[in-house]
Design a protein around this ligand. Structure first.
Ligand code: KIV
Ligand code: ZN
Length: 514
């Protein structure tokens, strides 16, 4: 049985608190997902904002034109949403509309204020309308919170969608509540009830840490369509991690009873895909994360090291090369030219414009003057910081900080401001603080008028080892119900912190004006 992989990093993954993908980031991730052999890329939720509609359209245009993968987009059960989605997907060679509505009583009564009959009506009207547009190659209906829905009503909702023209039905475990044995039972029963031509899809959240196990159980019980996200990004505890589901099928394909699964994922692209998503989302997998954590293939104890030296299979159930982990032999440094740098950026999955390469190469040269070897992680940090800054309003011009153990810290910052109408100005502001970083952040708050923003977290790490390492600062800011993360890179930790804070402030302002 062929398993169709739908990656929803660009839609559900973007629902990770603080994560925002701009158009450039979405395009790079979508291209890498296509490279990895993903069958369906869920590119966004076009009716959620004009920016997201534009991003889906660009993915459809630049990644979905050649039929190697289908582009999907999420839509509520509303004619206006379906129309916006149709326009956004229009350039793709294969277009999938993903309609959803909740079917559990708790969602119907409290969130949607709909009766069960009204929900059925909406399903009937929306799927029928979507079919009538002739704008989609595939129509999927997902019953949100399916695993907490009354089973008979769930069947009624799915059957209504199928009768009106949906060919895939999703049974999401929206709140990560189900268990492997329960989902096995649900899919086994649904497979018997629903017509054979209908594909069953699974979409599991990870609230109990069971998303990958539940997805695999659903596949074993009749699902043929699996939705997941790279590094398990997503709301709350995230979604089923793409890399875990793929590698479980590859390494333990023998354990799925009578089913022989095949799939089109090129597993050697997994490490690259994970690194790209980590750098563009600003969320790195935990070191002990299965498959892609930085410890996933390292052996610390002497006994293990001894075993692995005799025979890798003593402690490794997969070969690192299977997920694409290979040593890169060409080292970049201060003598490397623009061409070698551009080449490495493209190998790492970034498609920069010539202007983007010039900018990043300039940063690379500045850093290479201070640091002898530039690792791939450094390059990812430079490029991600550049891509994040493309949508920015406030840019660092200069900073001066006074700080010491007997004086109150004081920061004097000059920022360049680029307004959406093209106007620019330069603004200088001074502010005191508890220390140099606090003073600098206070000065930015004054200039940007975001004094209400709360700093939820701030950390700084060395990207590689050594005293000349690049420092990467990450901040998380919250204002009202919007949370934004920002990142900045420099060999000077204060500068990295200011850039990270500005990056988060820019995202906050973008979200407020959306
Ligand atoms: O988790 C969920 O229920 C979803 C649906 C919108 C498909 O993401
Ligand atoms: Zn979801």
């Amino acid at each position: 049985m062929y398993i169709t992989f739908c990656d929803t990093t660009l839609r559900d993954g973007e629902q990770t608190p603080g994560v925002h993908f701009g158009i450039a980031q979405k395009l790079d991730i979508a291209k890498q997902l296509r490279e990895a052999g993903v069958d369906v890329i869920e590119a966004g939720f076009p009716a959620s904002s004009p920016g997201d509609a534009e991003a889906v359209r660009r993915v459809a245009e630049e990644v979905g034109r050649d039929r190697s993968c289908t582009i999907s987009a999420l839509s509520r059960m509303m004619k206006a949403d379906i129309d916006v989605t149709a326009r956004a997907l229009e350039p793709a060679a294969r277009k999938r509309l993903h309609l959803f509505i909740a079917t559990s009583d708790i969602h119907l009564e409290n969130k949607l204020k709909l009766t069960r009959d009204e929900a059925i009506e909406k399903i009937r009207d929306s799927v029928t309308y979507a079919v009538s547009l002739n704008a989609f190659d595939e129509i999927q209906f997902s019953a949100e919170d399916a695993t907490r829905s009354d089973f008979d009503f769930l069947v009624k909702a799915l059957m209504t969608a199928v009768e009106c023209g949906a060919t895939t039905v999703g049974i999401p475990d929206t709140v990560g509540y189900t268990t492997p044995s329960e989902i096995t039972e649900t899919f086994t029963k649904l497979r018997k009830i629903l017509p054979e031509h209908v594909t069953l899809g699974t979409h599991c959240h990870n609230d109990l840490g069971l998303a990958a196990a539940n997805s695999l159980a659903a596949l074993e019980a009749g699902a043929a369509y699996v939705e997941c996200t790279v590094n398990g990004l997503g709301e709350r505890a995230g979604n089923a991690p793409f890399e875990e589901v793929v590698m479980a099928l590859k390494v333990r394909g023998d354990s799925f009873g009578k089913n022989t699964f095949t799939f089109g994922i090129r597993t050697e692209e997994i490490a690259e895909t994970s690194d790209l998503v980590a750098s563009l989302s600003g969320v790195s997998p935990a070191p002990n994360k299965a498959i892609v954590g930085k410890n996933a293939f390292s052996h610390a104890s002497g006994v293990h090291q001894h075993g692995v030296m005799q025979n890798r299979a003593t402690y490794e159930i997969m070969n690192p090369a299977d997920i694409g982990l290979t040593a890169n032999t060409i080292v970049l440094g201060k003598l490397s030219g623009r061409h070698a740098f551009a080449d490495r950026c493209s190998q790492l999955g970034y498609s920069l414009t010539s202007e983007g390469i010039d900018h990043c190469f300039g940063r690379f040269k500045e850093i290479a003057d201070k640091k002898s070897v530039i690792a791939n992680e450094d390059i990812r940090a430079i490029v991600s910081e550049y891509l994040d800054s493309l949508e920015g309003r406030y840019w660092l011009n200069t900073f001066q900080i006074q700080s010491g153990n007997h004086i109150k810290a004081m920061a004097l910052l000059t920022l360049d401001v680029k307004y959406p109408d093209g106007e620019t100005e330069t603004v200088t502001e001074a502010a005191p603080g508890e220390g140099p970083i606090d003073a600098a952040f206070n000065a930015i708050n004054r200039i940007a008028g975001v004094e209400d923003a709360q700093l939820v977290s701030y950390n700084i790490t060395a990207i590689t080892e050594g005293t000349d390492a690049l420092g990467e600062a990450k901040v998380k800011l919250k204002s009202a119900d919007i949370t934004c993360t920002g990142r900045g890179v420099s060999t000077d930790v204060i500068k990295a912190s200011i850039k990270a804070y500005l990056n988060a402030v820019n995202k906050l302002i973008n979200s407020r004006t959306k």
